[in-house]
Design a protein around this ligand. Structure first.
Ligand code: SAM
Length: 272
C-alpha cells in the first residue's frame, strides 16, 4: 500500500493503492523487450512501477500535474522519461506505423472519453492499449448494437479497435475512493485496411444520429437536411424506421462512405 499527498479533484486524481491491480493492468499490454510504452497520468507511479519491472525498451510518461511529473522524472528508471504535459494536447499522429507504441493509463475520468476517441483514431501505429476508466464509460466503449450503452463512442472506438472489458475495480482500491466502480479494458487495433476510409464523414454521421438516438433514422436524416441518406439506407438494406442504436459498426462504415461521396449534398444539408 502507498500513501499520498492531497489529490486534486480537477485532475481526476484517484490513485491506485494495490500493487496486484497495477500488475494485472500492466500485463494486459503483453509487453516485450523491444516495446515502446506510453503511460498517461502516472501520478505517484503505482502503475509506472509495474511497467518498469516488466519488459520494455522505453517508457514515456505524460503527466499534467507538475508535482507528479517532477517526482516521476526524479525517480525514473534508466529507460523512463517523464514529460509535463496535457495528454489532450499530445499529437497522437506521432505514433505511426514507423514508430509504434503501446499505450496505457489509469485515466482521469473527466477526459477518458475524448482521449480514447483521439488515440484510437489518430495513433495509427498503436500496437495495443489498456485503460482504466469509469465503469459506465467502459460499458459504452465495448457495447454491442441494440444495447443501452451503445452510442457514438462505441461505434467510433470499435471502428478502430476491439475494446474488451477485462475486469472491474471497486472504489476501495483507490485513494481517495471515487464514487463509482471502474473498469479495465484492453484494446486491440483493427488492421489498417479495415479502419474508416472517411473518418470525418463517420464523425458527423454519428453526431447527427446519436443526438436523437430515440428517433427513427428516416426522420433523423430528413430533419437534418440529409434526405439523400435515405438512398444510402436503401442501398444498405436498412429500413427507415430503425433507430441509430440498431446499426452495426459495419453499417455505419457503409453509410459514412455514401455520405463522404456526396459533398455537395452535405453542404446543401448544412444550409437547410
Ligand atoms: N496512474 C496513477 C495511479 O494509477 O495511481 C494515477 C491515476 S489518476 C486516476 C489520473 C492521473 O492523470 C493523475 O496523476 C492526474 O494528475 C493525471 N492527469 C489528469 N489529467 C491529465 C491530462 N489531461 N494529461 C495528462 N495527465 C493527466
Amino acid at each position: 500500500m502507498y500513501d499520498f499527498p492531497k489529490a486534486k479533484k480537477s485532475l481526476g486524481q484517484h490513485f491506485l493503492r494495490r500493487e496486484e491491480i497495477c500488475l494485472r493492468i500492466a500485463a494486459l499490454l503483453r509487453a516485450h523487450d523491444t516495446d515502446n510504452i506510453l503511460e498517461i497520468g502516472p501520478g505517484p507511479g503505482a502503475l509506472t512501477r509495474a511497467l518498469e519491472i516488466g519488459p520494455h525498451a522505453r517508457l514515456l510518461l505524460l503527466e499534467k500535474d507538475h508535482h507528479w511529473a517532477v517526482e516521476r522524472q526524479l525517480l525514473a528508471g534508466p529507460r523512463t522519461q517523464a514529460v509535463l504535459m496535457d495528454a489532450l494536447r499530445f499529437d497522437w499522429q506521432r505514433i505511426s506505423a514507423q514508430r509504434p507504441w503501446k499505450i496505457i493509463g489509469n485515466l482521469p475520468y473527466n477526459v477518458a472519453s475524448p482521449l480514447i476517441w483521439d488515440i484510437v483514431s489518430q495513433a495509427s501505429g498503436l500496437q495495443r492499449a489498456a485503460f482504466m476508466v469509469q465503469k459506465e464509460v467502459g460499458q459504452r466503449l465495448a457495447a454491442a448494437p441494440g444495447t443501452r450503452h451503445y452510442g457514438a463512442l462505441s461505434v467510433w472506438t470499435q471502428s478502430y479497435a476491439r475494446p474488451r472489458i477485462e475486469f472491474s475495480v471497486g472504489p476501495g482500491a483507490f485513494r481517495p475512493p471515487p464514487k463509482v466502480d471502474s473498469a479495465v479494458l484492453s484494446f486491440e487495433p483493427v488492421p489498417p485496411e479495415q479502419r474508416p476510409a472517411h473518418p470525418e464523414a463517420l464523425a458527423r454521421l454519428l453526431r447527427v444520429c446519436f443526438q436523437q438516438r430515440r428517433k427513427q433514422l428516416g426522420g433523423i436524416f430528413r430533419k437534418a437536411g440529409l434526405a439523400f441518406m435515405l438512398m444510402a439506407l436503401d442501398e444498405a438494406g436498412l429500413t427507415y424506421n430503425l433507430r441509430p442504436e440498431a446499426l452495426s459498426v459495419t453499417d455505419f462504415g457503409r453509410l459514412s462512405s455514401f455520405f463522404a461521396a456526396q459533398p455537395e449534398r452535405v453542404r446543401q444539408g448544412d444550409r437547410a
